[in-house]
Design a protein around this ligand. Structure first.
Ligand code: URA
Length: 289
């Protein structure tokens, strides 16, 4: 394709513009595909005249739910990257160091699709830690967890028991980078992020952990049961020899799809609130006597 011919530059540009106007907001493949190399593909404007789409991409609004997972290929073996993640995470002595280490880490293939590394939000000082699944589109842009629709619902859930991320809650995810098309993380992607999450929990030293949804429960607690079985009962997680009570509950994104289940989430929130009060009383009596 000769660079000097302005038509050769305009055709791909106008095809791209067409896609953006149609609502396509992300690339869903791992590698770019130059479809203009295919003899059968005509240029964007020609196709527009013929009333057809120049590229076989759908606008995001029309994208079907639950697209099949598109596994991404790591550059080195998964085992190497997990080992490297463990070494790097263990060497971090503060949350700021851990955040910087994650931002510099290139061992998770999700990172090459993501706009930002999403570390955490809220107040980390030994409070209540909420762990979700993975950043979505809004989180990927903002670099903060739970800022989209599910995040707004999470904020309302927190407020219902007197919590908020500015005063007494800390929030992170299993994955620090958005999976393409918001698909579920592969076991390899979760495994490479987990050493960072485990160190994150040690450094934040929460009094209570709340797991949002089945994926967080599976990866943090190694439990394979569905969330409907797990939710509502306390589990135990050991942080540096100290037992931390863990409550698995329903993910706010699930509650947006199934609003009737909010009554179950409400029960879990009540149990969390009672536990917070009980731990506060215990701490007060330990301090005074
Ligand atoms: N869902 C999650 O699990 N985490 C986010 O940060 C946003 C949506």
């Amino acid at each position: 394709m000769p660079q000097s011919n302005p038509d050769c530059i305009r055709a791909p540009l106008s095809a791209l513009q067409w896609l953006v106007e149609a609502g396509a907001d992300e690339a869903v493949g791992d590698e770019p595909v130059n479809r203009f190399n295919h003899a059968s593909v005509r240029s964007g404007p020609e196709l527009l005249e013929a009333g057809a789409s120049p590229l076989p991409l759908r606008p995001s609004a029309a994208r079907p739910k639950n697209l099949p997972a598109q596994p991404v290929t790591p550059a080195a073996s998964d085992g190497d990257q997990i080992g490297r993640a463990m070494e790097i995470a263990a060497a971090c002595g503060t949350l700021a160091e851990l955040k910087a280490a994650l931002e510099a880490f290139e061992g998770c293939p999700l990172k090459k699709h993501a706009t930002r590394t999403v570390f955490a939000d809220g107040v980390p000082d030994r409070r209540i830690l909420f762990i979700g699944e993975a950043p979505g589109r809004e989180e990927d842009i903002a670099g903060l967890p739970f800022v989209g629709r599910a995040g707004k619902l999470l904020d309302r859930m927190l407020a219902s028991i007197g919590l908020d991320r500015k005063s007494n809650v800390y929030i992170t995810n299993i994955l620090n980078w958005r999976p393409p098309s918001n698909r579920d993380p592969t076991p390899e992607e979760a495994a490479v992020c987990l050493p960072f999450l485990r160190r994150h929990i040690e450094l934040a030293a929460p009094r209570i952990i709340v797991l949002l949804g089945a994926i967080a429960s599976r990866h943090v607690m190694g439990r394979s049961e569905g969330i409907m079985r797990l939710r509502g009962s306390w589990l135990e997680y050991f942080v540096c020899g100290r037992m931390v009570p863990v409550m698995p509950t329903l993910h706010p994104a699930y509650l947006l799809r199934r609003p009737l289940e909010k009554r179950l989430a409400w029960r879990d929130l009540q149990a969390i609130s009672v536990k917070i009060q009980a731990l506060a009383l215990l701490e007060q009596s330990a301090e005074s006597g």
